[in-house]
Design a protein around this ligand. Structure first.
Ligand SMILES: C[S@@+](CC[C@H](N)C(=O)[O-])C[C@H]1O[C@@H](n2cnc3c(N)ncnc32)[C@H](O)[C@@H]1O
Length: 442
């Protein structure tokens, strides 16, 4: 997620564009203003790659503070019921997904300038349009092929994908949405009903992955939202970081790592060819391994497109990254203290794409390709989407070019965000991967 202040500035630029086109403002002023904003967006984003101290975070409003206090009390009770501590994955699960309370289960805005972060489909419809072209290539070869979107957020990608697939004459037989948050599922229904009422009968909300699925599965920024385990390497072994309480406040504790976590860390050390140094703290996503196995169990023939910010295992566990890749987002401020603001801030982590590839292969899937988001867009049809660009009003051209810069520039979302496609059966390799493929770097 480009979940930084730049999102606010992108919005400010867009808003100023909307104003300028509706008033007598001079277009040249608008061009200068947009270029100025973009310069700030870029600088600001790089600056925010360093985490902010929590003291710099804005105060939540009264309603949010009250909600967070309820989530805090709920987690305290869970800790008590579990005998004094929760693993970090359990804590993250409660903070994000506790029914009616968690960050994703309750009603906060989350996405966009008024929320906490912004994702690629929220930034630009171009993302969904290019992805639609890649889905269409796979679907063209699968009679009655379907699409499932996992974790559909606000429903923006579903609207863009279905709209673009309709134009390409490549609509799937059905469009299933697998969403763990009932609150977001309601938002998705409302959005699809408003934007594409004539396609609504194709859309189904699923409670589980089906068996024998033929078609395409897409998931944008779902892997980073799955609860992760935190660990610390000590000379005496691997320890699991847990959350306990002290005078009603959440505090970190360490306990000997359970077998599955210890085995995962041993496998990381075997892969990178050395033991992690004493005190090295990081994350392991055991949940994503299980999630990939579930996807593999569902697909009979087809492809799965996974988008997220992530890197190879070698980079993930590099010795200079001794405090891990955990990242929290509150009102477009990025920091790494997940124990504050429970239920009203997002908690995520970067993805170790080597482990995703490994889990996919273990589960019997083929790796179709791995590349940066920028390469995916460039190789996947961005150029075709840009045809007719110069016929648009200048304000719209600036708006679109700003969006495309945010999606593709290396200092923004272009390099850190990756696309991995895995699949099963005799299917075409999506053409984006003919343009570039970095699978060998994993
Ligand atoms: C960071 S948001 C991304 C939303 C959207 N894909 C986007 O790009 O704007 C993560 C989404 O994944 C959903 N989610 C989390 N765990 C999930 C799971 N196990 N299965 C399906 N959806 C999940 C969340 O409720 C939320 O909708």
């Amino acid at each position: 997620m480009n979940r930084d202040s730049c999102a606010v500035l992108v919005q400010a630029c867009h808003n100023s564009g909307a104003n300028s086109s509706g008033s007598a403002r001079d277009e040249d002023d608008f061009v200068v203003e947009c270029l100025f904003w973009h310069a700030i967006i870029h600088k600001d984003f790089i600056a925010h790659m360093q985490y902010e101290p929590t003291a710099m975070l804005p105060e939540p409003d009264k309603l949010s503070a009250k909600h967070s206090a309820r989530v805090h009390a709920h987690i305290l009770q869970k800790i008590e019921e579990s005998g004094g501590q929760l693993s970090f994955a359990e804590f993250m699960h409660e903070a994000l997904y506790a029914p009616g309370l968690g960050y994703y289960s309750a009603g906060s805005t989350k996405f966009g300038a008024d929320g906490d972060f912004i994702t690629a489909p929220e930034i630009s419809p171009v993302f969904g349009r290019v992805l639609a072209r890649q889905c269409a290539e796979v679907l063209a070869d699968i009679e009655g092929g379907e699409i499932i979107e996992c974790g559909a957020g606000s429903g923006k990608l579903a609207v863009d994908l279905l709209g673009a697939l309709e134009k390409l004459n490549a609509l799937p037989a059905t469009y299933g949405i697998l969403e763990v948050s009932p609150e977001l599922a309601e938002r998705q229904k409302k959005r699809l009903k408003e934007a594409l009422p004539h396609l609504l009968d194709r859309v189904q909300w699923l409670s589980d992955l089906p068996r024998d699925f033929n078609g395409v599965i897409v998931a944008n920024e779902v892997l980073d939202a799955l609860p992760i385990e935190r660990f610390v390497r000590r000379a005496s072994g691997v320890y699991q970081l847990c959350v306990s309480t002290d005078c009603g406040e959440f505090v970190w504790t360490e306990t000997k790592a359970p077998a599955r976590l210890a085995a995962a860390v041993a496998s990381i050390e075997a892969d990178i060819g050395q033991a992690l140094p004493e005190g090295f703290t990081s994350e392991v996503s055991l949940a994503s391994t299980s999630w990939i196995a579930d996807l593999a169990g569902c697909v009979q023939r087809g492809a799965v497109f996974l988008f997220d910010y992530g890197i190879s295992r070698r980079e993930y566990y590099a010795h200079d990254r001794a405090d891990g890749w955990l990242r929290c987002h509150f009102r477009h401020h990025a920091h790494n203290v997940p124990l504050v603001y429970p239920g009203i801030q997002d908690i995520t982590t970067w993805v170790d794409f080597s482990s995703i590839a490994h889990a996919a292969v273990e589960a019997g899937l083929d790796i179709l390709g791995y590349q940066t988001q920028s390469q995916f867009l460039m190789g996947g049809g961005l150029e075709i989407e840009m045809r007719g660009f110069t016929d648009l009003p200048v304000a719209r051209q600036l708006e679109l070019s700003g969006q495309i810069k945010t999606l593709t520039l290396p200092g923004e979302m272009g390099e850190n965000f990756k696309c991995m496609a895995v699949g099963r059966g005799d299917i075409v390799t999506p053409s984006a991967f003919h343009f570039a493929d970095r699978t060998q770097t994993l």
